[in-house]
Design a protein around this ligand. Structure first.
Ligand SMILES: Nc1ncnc2c1ncn2[C@@H]1O[C@H](COP(=O)(O)OP(=O)(O)OP(=O)(O)O)[C@@H](O)[C@H]1O
Length: 247
């Protein structure tokens, strides 16, 4: 993926296996958001292939991709400002229903009931009837993640979900993501995040980008101890981090 003379992604391969949570980390400007934009169809790369279940989806725009099950969140939450938080979450239900209709499958579970549960898991029931502008930033971010989850994606792309969250909100986010991970064993997730503790706690595998290239990939414990990753990105926080890494 090039922008003029700047190659933002250079021969980067990323596989997101069904049921696996993959952390995508790296310094500012290393190409993480660009990768999510390519996967979700916002950017069209000059070369390369994007496939879902082995079928090329590179020519599809973001809308059709989301209806196939590739759903994302943004660094800054993109909610419909005139709808309440609950109505925003229901947009995820609509997306799920349109997928169920395309696949001609009858959902075993009522998607609205699932949405209620997800709102409860993410803990913003108190703001459900508020419009986004009446809710704290952290709640808006979490509501966007909830909306994506209730769409029941095959592939969920999360762009810096913890950025702008308080320490307490981060703790709640990690707990909610762990619940979702157990409840959706088939979902592939790509988590872009600078909070490495969060990444290590929910992602068994990590890929590291640096200057638009893959610097390292493997299990979280391998990658977080990798000397090139420590030098390029983790720095002094690596020692503290590795003390707490169990994966
Ligand atoms: N629309 C764009 N036009 C021009 N250059 C862009 C565009 N989007 C990204 N880039 C460039 O691509 C490179 C990668 O940017 P990207 O936002 O993907 O990095 P990142 O790893 O997500 O960084 P951060 O951690 O700060 O969010 C940077 O050099 C950036 O300036």
């Amino acid at each position: 993926m090039r922008f003029g003379g700047n190659t933002a992604l250079d021969e980067v391969g990323l596989t997101l296996p069904r049921g696996e949570w993959t952390g995508l980390i790296g310094p500012n400007g290393s190409g993480k958001t660009t990768m999510l934009n390519v996967l979700s169809g916002i950017y069209v790369p000059q070369a390369g292939r994007t496939t879902l279940d082995g079928v090329g989806i590179g020519s599809l725009r973001p809308g059709p991709r989301s209806r196939l099950g590739v759903v994302r969140t943004f660094q800054h939450p993109q909610l419909a400002e005139s709808l309440t938080m609950w109505e925003n979450v229901l947009l995820g239900v609509d997306l799920r229903r349109s997928r169920d209709r395309r696949g001609r499958v009858a959902s075993a579970e009522d998607p609205v009931a699932v949405a209620r549960k997800v709102v409860d898991i993410f803990g913003f029931t108190a703001y459900a009837d508020h419009v986004p502008s009446q809710a704290p930033y952290g709640v808006r971010k979490i509501a966007e993640i909830a909306r994506a989850v209730v769409a029941s994606p095959k592939v969920l792309l999360l762009d810096e979900p913890a950025a702008g969250l308080s320490r307490e909100e981060r703790r709640e986010l990690i707990a909610a993501l762990a619940v979702i991970r157990d409840a959706r064993p088939d979902m592939a997730v790509c988590l872009v995040e600078h909070d490495i503790r969060l990444v290590a706690s929910v992602c068994p595998t990590i890929q590291v980008l640096n200057f638009g290239k893959v610097l390292a990939s493997g299990t979280s414990s391998e990658v977080l101890k990798d000397q090139s990753v420590i030098e390029a990105y983790l720095g002094k926080s690596a020692a503290r981090l590795n003390e707490g890494t169990t994966t």
